[in-house]
Design a protein around this ligand. Structure first.
Ligand code: ADP
Ligand code: ASP
Ligand code: MG
Length: 421
């Protein structure tokens, strides 16, 4: 372990490490690719390391399973949905364990309930509460590679749960934390974390290192390369995360604690979310308690709201606007019309869809002036209308029309010269 940076030197052949490797859907997308993963796992084991592998469903499989359920009913029961969705990962672990055995190695597949990845009971978005390391330890002690199904867990009553889309990343990092692994390698279809989605921005640049804080912001603001909760686990338990490609041996990106050198960079990434909507309650009373009245029933329904802006109009009246996922829009409007009629007439509750939130992220913003100005100038040059703005210490986000999202990401990437360093 390099004590200065906190990341392990995997090339140190002499020391046995415990390595957790997570392979995403594309990396196990075909039998050939599963065989490739088997060879990679064995290669790591043959270097003398103990290997735990977490796998996703084969690419497209989770979508296919969720669609099947929707063909039966438009709003499926979430407990049953998790029973169905979790099968994608069950197939992958079985196939990978077989592939490792076929290469002459020893492997055993373990499902969430067999490991005992204990979660709460929030189906489709469950949170990991505890991981029992014993079954994994027993597999490793007998010289096997432990092949664990990502994305799934079990609640205290024995129900199968899933961790939300992209949840295998979280399985990987949480298992690495539970085992006190030396590193968690996230194998995916790109070479690491880039300054923007490399599938959107042609000259996006792979970064060697990124801080947990920046990665948290990028993940929550649309960069799906890591699920946000996996970064939270990494940060909380100090797990060094190495995001890299399963198709080559290139060094990827290390997600590590922030250090001084990172601050010299003003902006380290640009990202955008899709499928955002906004609701405005027009001309509500500018009085204490109205906001709680609006957001209480929404919170009770589990609806997550994001950018909130309140603007004074006149005569003691104000407009209250907030964003939310388009998927929740109809439900939110229904709730507001039914439960907030006394503070806002139904025809004064207006909504817009097809919005996107485009953000620039960087710890260097704390010590650089003019980042917001630069962002607004770049968007103005492209004639992009900004609906709402929100900021934190290390990010600036603008809500814009979704049709301009990719244009805005490219313009900001160029304007902040992120392709250059
Ligand atoms: P996996 O199936 O391996 O979990 P995902 O599709 O969930 O892979 O995540 C990888 C994808 O994330 C990439 O193909 C890329 O399009 C997207 N992505 C978005 N933003 C970024 C970024 N800043 N850096 C790298 N990849 C990104
Ligand atoms: N298979 C799940 C999904 O598609 C989990 C994952 O791939 O991380 O969301
Ligand atoms: Mg993913």
């Amino acid at each position: 372990m390099d004590v200065l940076t906190g990341w392990p030197r995997l090339s140190e052949k002499c020391r046995a490490l415990l390595i957790v490797q997570k392979y995403g859907g594309t990396s196990v997308g075909s039998v050939e690719r599963i065989k490739n993963v088997a060879r990679r796992c064995l290669e790591t084991q043959r270097k003398g390391h103990r290997v735990v592998v977490i796998v996703s469903a084969m690419s497209g499989e989770t979508n296919r399973l969720l669609k099947l359920a929707k063909q039966i009913t438009e709003i499926p029961d979430e407990r049953e949905l998790d029973v169905i969705a979790a099968t994608g990962e069950q197939v992958s672990v079985g196939l990978l364990a077989l592939a490792i055995q076929a290469e002459g190695g020893k492997a055993v597949s373990l499902l969430g309930h067999q490991v005992r990845i204990l979660t709460d009971s929030a189906f489709a978005r469950a949170r990991i509460q505890d991981i029992d390391a014993r079954a994994i330890g027993a597999a490793l002690d007998s010289g096997k590679i432990a092949v664990i199904a990502g994305f799934q867990g079990v609640d205290k009553d024995g129900n199968i749960t899933t961790l939300g889309r992209g949840g295998s990343d979280t399985s990987g990092v949480a298992i690495a934390a539970a085992l006190k692994a030396d590193a968690c390698e996230i194998y995916t279809d790109v070479d690491g974390v880039y300054t923007a989605d490399p599938n959107v921005v042609a000259n996006a640049r792979k970064v060697d290192r990124i801080s947990y804080e920046e990665m948290l912001e990028l993940a929550s603001l649309g960069a799906k390369v890591l699920q946000i909760r996996s970064v939270e686990f990494g940060m909380k338990f100090g797990v060094p995360i190495h995001v890299r490609s399963s198709f080559n041996d290139n060094e990827g990106t290390w997600v590590v604690p922030e250090d001084k050198t990172m601050e010299s960079i003003m902006v380290s990434g640009v990202t955008a979310t899709k499928d955002e909507a906004k609701i405005t309650l027009h001309k509500i009373a500018d009085a204490p308690g109205v906001q709680a009245k609006v957001f209480r029933p929404l919170a009770a329904a589990g609806i997550v709201v994001d950018v909130i802006v309140q603007a004074y109009i006149q005569d003691g009246r104000t407009n209250l606007t907030f964003t939310l996922s388009s998927a929740d829009l109809a439900r939110a409007q229904d709730i507001l019309i039914k439960q907030c009629a006394d503070i806002c007439a139904p025809d004064q509750i207006k909504s817009e869809t097809d919005l996107s939130k485009v953000s620039v992220v960087g710890v260097g913003m704390r010590s650089h002036a003019g980042v917001a100005l630069k962002m607004f100038e770049i968007l103005a040059r492209e004639n992009v209308h900004v609906h709402l703005i929100s900021t934190s210490e290390i990010k600036i986000s603008c809500v814009i029309d979704a049709k301009y999202a990719e244009l805005a990401v490219r313009a900001l990437h160029d304007g902040f010269e992120l392709g250059k360093r």
